[in-house]
Write a protein that binds this ligand. Structure first.
Ligand code: DX5
Ligand code: ZN
Length: 217
């Protein structure tokens, strides 16, 4: 499984070191949580931070936009070095248009759904996305408890993916640790975000390696 450490839980005073550490540990992705204090009740960081860390990593920069009016940020985040842009279904009445805009900006397009949103709303989008992110906590904060009821949503999405012979990634985000990651993998997830499990540890490299190990990589 591909592992995406979330820098939301990194040491912001030593961000370059933490980013380089995740590369050294073998993490293929870096998860970058952009919050605006409106779509979610928290502020994190934005384009300048993305641009600042880009020279220090060749990882896939996986940007999770927890913002209202996401269409206003696509071009600038693409320019700053985003590889994947994930937009919440709930954040715009024009999700199809925003996903098109992401592709036109040269990035991979990902649609994200909150725990309260069913997979059925994705039906007409699955042919055009590179990935779907199923939130396994309510977005806004690191360190929350994994919601086990999301496993059936991952399974349902994976079933549709197989039935339609599609190849998009299924990403999970929130409360991922060495136990919950296995459950998500069994349900069909292919990318796992991990924030506090990695960075709130005295040995983050060992934690990233553990997540790879328990998922068979
Ligand atoms: C929450 C963010 C997550 C967060 C995950 O809104 O989208 O990416 O960093 O943190 P943990 O792994 O601690 O649940
Ligand atoms: Zn996230």
């Amino acid at each position: 499984m591909k592992i995406a450490p979330s820098i939301l839980s990194a040491d912001f005073a030593n961000l370059k070191n933490d980013v380089e550490m995740t590369t050294q540990a073998g993490a293929e992705y870096l998860h970058i949580d952009i919050m605006d204090g409106h779509f979610v009740p928290n502020l994190s960081f934005g384009e300048p931070i993305l641009r600042a860390i880009r020279p220090y990593s060749k990882q896939v920069f996986d940007c999770h936009l927890m913002v209202d009016n996401p269409e206003e940020y696509i071009a600038i985040l693409a320019d700053a070095g985003a590889d994947v842009l994930g937009v919440h279904y709930e954040a715009t009445p024009h999700i199809h248009r925003v996903l098109q805009q992401i592709k036109e900006a040269g990035c991979e397009a990902e649609v994200v759904i909150n725990p309260g949103t069913p997979v059925t709303v994705l039906e007409d989008l699955l042919e055009m996305v590179d990935a779907v992110l199923i939130m396994t906590v309510n977005p806004g904060f690191g360190g929350q408890k994994f919601l086990p009821s999301m496993l059936s949503k991952i399974q349902a999405l994976n079933q549709i993916k197989n039935d339609r012979k599609l190849s998009f990634d299924i990403e999970v985000d929130g409360g991922i640790n060495s136990e919950t990651i296995k459950q998500c993998q069994q349900a069909g997830a292919t990318i796992a975000v991990a924030g506090s499990f990695v960075f709130n540890s005295t040995d983050p490299i060992e934690k990233i390696q553990l997540l790879h190990k328990v998922t068979g990589d």
